[in-house]
Design a protein around this ligand. Structure first.
Ligand code: ATP
Length: 139
């Protein structure tokens, strides 16, 4: 019997490659919505939301990787995720993410009081990163 088709998922950040596995399916959240990626699909380039990448393992369970935005490129059965920051679920420090959440919420309150829209936007992005890490690590 022929081997079942697979794709390779590689998640790269400025710290280097943090995840590389083969799979028969990966699920990504792009800024346009959720996208399931199967082997042999057409090439694709998309921007990623602050969310997670899920990669199906042989036993049917999914590896989960938190991604703080970035891009994905799919071609020749290689899915490359290029992100400013990404962590495997098991590497997320939830206490650190909780502290980051509190800091971001304080910054949001201050930015609202100071009517500072740029700082408000930055703080809201920090909050989304922290909440994303917390929701993945607490699952
Ligand atoms: P913090 O304020 O805690 O640094 P942050 O959202 O500002 O959070 P980033 O700039 O997104 O952090 O990431 C900086 C580096 O720290 C990256 O390598 C990222 O993978 C890592 N990192 C950030 N938060 C966590 C966490 N809670 N657990 C594990 N690694 C983390």
């Amino acid at each position: 019997m022929a081997d079942k088709p697979e794709l390779t998922v590689n998640v790269v950040t400025p710290d280097g490659s943090i995840y590389e596995e083969t799979t028969d399916m990966a699920i990504c959240k792009t800024t346009q919505g959720e996208l399931g990626i199967l082997p042999n699909r057409l090439p694709l380039l998309a921007s990623l939301a602050i969310d997670e990448i899920r990669v199906r393992q042989d036993n049917g369970e999914f590896d989960e990787v938190a991604v703080s935005g970035g891009f994905l490129e799919f071609s020749d059965n290689t899915l490359s995720i290029v992100a400013s920051a990404a962590e495997r679920k098991e590497d997320i420090d939830s206490k650190r993410a909780e502290r980051a959440r509190e800091r971001a919420q304080e910054r949001i309150e201050k930015a609202k009081k100071a009517h500072n829209p740029d700082e408000l936007r930055r703080a809201e992005v920090s909050l989304r990163r922290a909440l994303n890490r917390l929701s993945i690590s607490n699952r």
